[in-house]
Design a protein around this ligand. Sequence first.
Ligand code: TK8
Length: 335
Amino acid sequence: MRIRFALAGLVAALVATGAVQAQDFKPRIVRFGYGLVDNSNQGRAARMFAQEVEKASGGKMKVRAIGNASLGSDTQMQQALIGGAQEMMVGSTATLVGLVPEMAVWDTPFLFSNAKEADVVLDGPVGDKIKAKLEAKGMVGLVYWENGFRNLTNSKRPVAKLEDLNDIKLRVMQNNVFLDSFKALGANAVPLPFSELFTALETRAVDGQENPYNTIVSSKFYEVQKYLTVTNHVYSPWIVTVSKKWWDGLSAAEKKVLQDAAIKSRDFERKDTREEAAKALADLKGKGMQVNELSAAEANRMREKLVSVNAGIAKSVGQQTWDEVNAAVQQARNA
Ligand code: TK8
């Protein structure tokens, strides 16, 4: 009896000091897919995450960061996660709307007026609540990363007023909020996966697209797009997700390593993205892009058109989610 107690005490002490931790980790290969090129904010943060996981698991968990949509477009990777054929990915929340309609709330034009508001709301209770809805669909959401405020580019003409968009064939992300938003602005909006975008721009299958400065730089859109209009029309989050099938087979220690590393990668990624964005516009001008800002009057006209899609978003995400998100934004704004 006494010996047993003593042994139990010893085991407890070993667990507390982490000495038995190695047993909590199995050798694992984690395929972590993303859509952008290796030399992008997405790629840098994916590699940082990989290093953290490897270090914290004593080399047992090896994360393979695989970019360029080599494992598939956002929606293809989601399906692979759900089926258990791939362990992890990072991609746009916008491409998850077909699975979790509430995700569309992040696509609300002009929802956030700065990155700080986005951080507070996404990392707060309502951000968590929407992220948690992924579980019922076969994925576990870990953290939101920053894609960033989106701006408009095209190869036809400078867009200085609403009417300039009229005959522009514009690639949008694959969801109805983006489709409706740009239809409301008068553009000919076409949904297309990101992985097909460069070629579509190059062959002029589409005239334009919208993405944060960082992506316009890293994906070399400046090679095939002459005009950039500073619109900052919406803040786009990325979300890091895990296959639930795979996640459910992990030990508590393994889950914690992934969760902790995800938080570190989030903080790293946001800082890196913001630093890069701060100099990206100058970079793009240097590459020959013609950049224009909208006059206050034109910005307002666009804003009014875009805000007309809000009622539809509220309907598809549900009034309660809509209200909760907007209250959280107000609170962050007034803080
Ligand atoms: C990358 C995409 C991209 C997004 C888009 O896979 O599709 O335009 O902004 O970042 O998720």
